[in-house]
Design a protein around this ligand. Sequence first.
Ligand code: HEC
Length: 118
Amino acid sequence: MASTLPLLSLLPALAIAGWAAFSPSTALADGMPVGEGLDTEELKRLVHQDCGSCHGLTLKGGLGPDIRPETLTHYEPDILETVILDGIPDTPMPPWRPLITQEEAQWIALYLLNGDAQ
Ligand code: HEC
């Protein structure tokens, strides 16, 4: 009996250690960079195939204008996100809201602004 007692008394300590090991990663999840949980490969494909069908595969422009970072400098990320979600009325630039989430539009906006899309 005496030999099992030290083991049992260790259990709460282990539980606390386990919780402590877990909590930093849970806390990190809140501050994760945009893109966490998104299918970014699929979004990249969308940018180059679907946006690219008008803006050019390399986004240099086609039917739609050049949307490389140097031409988007006047955009705040949240404005760009809105342009992507709502389109530009009375132009061929379509609203993407029916197809993508707000989070995905935010990711695309940052992808375009950061120049990763080139
Ligand atoms: C059907 C063609 C078409 C598709 C598809 C399309 N666009 Fe456009 N887009 C346009 C046109 C045309 C304009 C210019 C509208 C105007 O005259 O202001 C435009 C404008 C824009 C602008 C504003 C550029 C600026 O300099 O102000 C952004 C940003 C943009 N598109 C991003 C995207 C993104 C991101 C996608 C894919 C999610 C996309 N577009 C898909 C046709 C398209």
